[in-house]
Design a protein around this ligand. Structure first.
Ligand SMILES: Cc1ncc(COP(=O)(O)O)c(C=O)c1O
Length: 471
């Protein structure tokens, strides 16, 4: 068993720099009770942006519910079905309640994950030649992919760049883009509340700014909500995408689209399916979509998992999302400070962080590459291999966020288009071909991310691991 230790001097410096950390001590008990494997295995889990860990108490509570109730497919009225429906509807209300969303204004459609929520919007949004799909560079591919729906309807797609070193948007440039909303047409603006590449938290006050100029706003909250409060009573995006395993680790396979009723009514579903209609006819060749969220829940919902969503949200509320936020903020600030303090004997910094180097307006996702004393990037795949061997779970690559990667790694549009336009790359491109194309530049980075079960020992264990690259 490996045990990560924090030396006394380090602890005193940390405590002095981040006194609020002491208010989050309840999370240490929670870690011991709900995530005992972390310490019994001596595992350093640093991939919370990919997925939270499973809390044992949540599994126990869910298992007890499944053991004590007969639950049937909710698309019926028999008692087993009716009971399942009750739990599904409770889960729906819990989501609205957790995000302080007014049930008169918002609805929740359950999906398999955030990606499916995004696809629901993309495929049904009334894009047309007079409209526009506007999005920031640092979106997850599941948001980028919506451009293909826009393109298929002849609609313009525009990317708003992010700027190094902090990887934030130039707000004057964004404001200029948003002015086009006044031209009319169906216009959708999509951005991540928190980038899963850089950890940047983009301002939520872009939501009213865009809406007042005629845009619908799609807020991808998947990387934000596990450690930050999203108050839909204050901020009123038209659509919000969410995966629950990122928030509380269990269950997988459930996410949701939270949508303003008025915005949902503007969507045009491209098909109908079981569960989404009031009436469909074969001979009459017609279908009538159900009202509201039901029209967006294709097929049987994950009715056995959904009660655990209500429990998971309760779990987060009991701990307090603000407590989680405080802990992650303190640990992130300390991690960045420690990591950027590592230097080779030549004085060169070991790590180049892509994104903000403070704990302000950022989340617990920290992305970087290591460099040798001659300034050459150390291949992220080697870092991952050594981390794996050291019992550290981190992530490398571009994290399904190619725009973030391209900006961070200095890969230009010209390089990319000359690569993609080579005849042999017309239909096929392997990652090795891609590496050759961009002439030895890094194709990826290393990402560590913190979450509700993280502690100081995790950060120190990672810094000790990073120090093994110092020459
Ligand atoms: C910001 C962001 N959006 C969307 C997604 C997609 O989530 P899922 O794979 O659960 O659909 C992710 C996953 O990492 C993400 O980080």
């Amino acid at each position: 068993m490996r045990v990560a230790r924090v030396n006394v001097i380090g602890l005193a410096t940390f405590t002095a720099a981040y006194p609020q950390y002491s208010t989050t001590r309840a999370l240490d008990d929670r870690r011991a009770r709900d995530y005992p494997l972390l310490d019994s295995l001596g595992h350093v889990y640093l991939d919370y942006t990919a997925g939270n860990l499973v809390p044992l108490s949540l599994v126990d509570r869910h298992t007890a519910l499944l053991r004590d109730h007969l639950l049937g497919n909710p698309h019926s009225t028999n008692p087993a079905s009716a009971l399942a429906t009750t739990f599904v509807e409770q889960a729906r209300l819990s989501v609205l309640d957790f995000f302080n969303a007014d049930p008169d204004e918002y609805v929740v459609a359950f999906t398999a994950n955030a990606t499916q929520a995004l696809k629901l919007v993309g495929e049904a949004y009334p894009f047309d030649a007079g409209g526009e799909y506007l999005l920031t560079f640092d979106n997850h591919n599941s948001v980028n992919g919506i451009r293909e729906f826009a393109r298929a309807k002849g609609c313009l797609t525009t990317y708003v760049p992010i700027v190094l070193p902090d990887m934030r948007v130039d707000e004057a440039e964004l404001a200029a883009h948003l002015e086009r909303g006044k031209l009319g047409g169906a216009r959708l603006f999509a951005y991540p509340a928190q980038s899963n590449f850089s950890g940047v938290q983009h301002p939520l006050d872009w939501i009213p700014l865009a809406q007042e100029r005629g845009w619908d706003v799609l807020l991808d909250a998947a990387a934000f909500t596990p450690t930050n409060r999203l108050d839909l009573g204050r901020w009123r995006p038209d659509f919000v995408s969410q995966s629950f395993y990122k928030m509380f680790g269990y269950p997988t396979g459930v996410g949701c689209l939270i949508a303003r009723k008025a915005a949902l009514a503007r969507l045009r579903r491209p098909w109908f399916a079981g569960g989404t209609i009031t009436v469909a006819s074969v001979q009459g060749d017609r279908f009538y979509l159900a009202e509201g969220a039901s029209a967006f829940e294709d097929g049987t919902p994950n009715y056995l998992a959904l009660p655990a969503v209500a429990f998971g949200l309760e779990y987060l509320s009991q701990i307090g999302i603000d407590t989680i936020h405080t802990r992650v903020r303190c640990l992130t600030g300390w991690l960045i400070e420690r990591l950027t303090g590592l230097r080779h004997s030549s004085g060169e910094a070991l790590a180049r962080v892509y994104g903000p180097r403070s704990d302000v307006r950022r989340g617990g996702t920290v992305t970087f590459n290591f460099y040798d004393p001659a300034g050459r990037a150390i291949d992220h795949r080697d870092v991952e291999e050594r981390a794996n061997a050291a019992g550290i779970s981190l992530r490398t690559g571009c994290f399904c966020n190619p725009g973030g990667g391209e900006i961070a790694l200095g890969i230009t549009g010209t390089e990319l288009s000359s690569c993609f336009h080579q005849p042999e790359h017309e239909t096929h491109l392997t990652i090795d071909d891609f590496r050759l194309c961009i002439d030895g530049k890094s194709t990826g980075a290393v990402r560590v991310s913190l979450g509700l079960a993280s502690n100081l020992a995790d950060v120190e264990a990672f810094v000790a691991f990073a120090a093994t690259f110092v020459k």
